[in-house]
Design a protein around this ligand. Structure first.
Ligand SMILES: [Zn+2]
Length: 315
């Protein structure tokens, strides 16, 4: 590519972005030069690994170039009005932030504003762009939550790092998943009513309807509250860690999972969760359903359970 081809007439944000992105591309290509100078031809696997390891430099740089053009008004802001008192505030400083995404890392310098009368502070770029306060941004957090829900935290973090090239730790996976689960309610994780009806239908045999088993257990766990800049975490207190599992036990000894739910908290909170999970609207067959209501416990002999209820419960 000649120098002439790279000479952009910078007239609009896209042209500016394209010019900066081409500079990043050119640098990335230069870093590949030793591969072409080598006498040894790389295998496809080696080339693929090289691209995976270095794509963050290319795409992270392109992402930064796009943001710097799309958010130029906020990045160059020198004065805004206080949201509480309306007083005009001058920019106090530019705060650097390292942003880690699935496409690589890049840095931003964001204007910082502070109103001494209201103690109101703002980084307008963060709000406009939807930045996470953490270094790893929400696209990474979403993926680590998906993996952490199915795998041990260390395994989840390892898989994400290997597949994306983004280094995350087990603590990050733990903290991120727990931050999400703090806002979950039973309805967020329960199967739909139609899915529950389908499973009940599947567990029903010629020998009879399945029995609904509700297994509940718990333990006392020391929970330490989060610390802050001004205070340490402290000793914390003992709280209930309770969980339940609802499953169907068929005549032929098959176990069909329905719902499982675990929560740290007091008895009242757990009782509220239990009432929501076992609400009639969840388990009573709908008028259009072909599923029969399971018989009451006294209507027939129960099949023996395979060990204790918790022996068959997942984590
Ligand atoms: Zn103010």
């Amino acid at each position: 590519m000649t120098g002439t081809a790279l000479a952009y007439a910078v007239s609009d944000p896209f042209d500016e972005f394209a010019a900066n992105a081409h500079e990043v591309l050119q640098q990335w290509l230069e870093n590949l030069r030793p591969t072409f100078a080598s006498e040894r031809q790389p295998t496809l696997t080696a080339l693929s690994r090289l691209f995976t390891e270095t794509r963050g430099e290319l795409l992270g740089g392109c992402l930064q170039a796009a943001i710097e053009e799309l958010y130029r008004p906020q990045l160059e802001e020198t004065a805004i009005c206080c949201k509480l008192c309306g007083k005009q505030l001058k920019r106090k400083r530019l705060d650097p932030k390292l942003c880690s995404t699935l496409h690589g890392e890049f840095g931003l310098k964001r204007p910082y504003f502070y109103c001494p009368e209201c103690c109101w502070a703002s980084h307008p770029v963060d709000l406009a762009l939807g930045l996470s306060r953490r270094r790893h941004q929400y696209d990474i957090q979403e993926e680590v939550v998906r993996l952490g829900a199915d795998l041990p935290y260390e395994t989840a973090a390892g898989h994400l790092s290997r597949l994306t090239g983004v280094e995350v730790g087990a603590h990050f996976a733990f903290d991120t998943l727990n931050a999400v689960t703090d806002h979950l309610c039973p309805e967020d994780v329960m199967p739909s009513r139609s899915e529950i009806e389908r499973r009940i239908g599947e567990a029903t045999t010629a020998g009879g309807n399945p029995i609904l088993v509700v297994a509940i257990d718990g333990a006392h766990t020391p929970i330490r509250p989060p610390g802050g800049r001004a205070h340490k975490r402290g000793k914390g207190e003992w709280k209930e860690t309770k969980g339940l599992r609802l499953y169907l036990c068929s005549e032929d000894d098959r176990i069909t999972h329905l719902v499982s739910w675990h929560r740290n908290g007091d008895k009242k909170r757990f009782a509220d969760d239990l009432a929501r999970i076992t609400a009639p609207s969840t388990f009573m067959p709908s008028p259009t359903s072909n599923t029969k209501t399971p018989p009451p416990p006294s209507s027939g002999p129960r099949p023996p359970l395979p060990g204790s209820a918790w022996a068959v419960s997942p984590r």
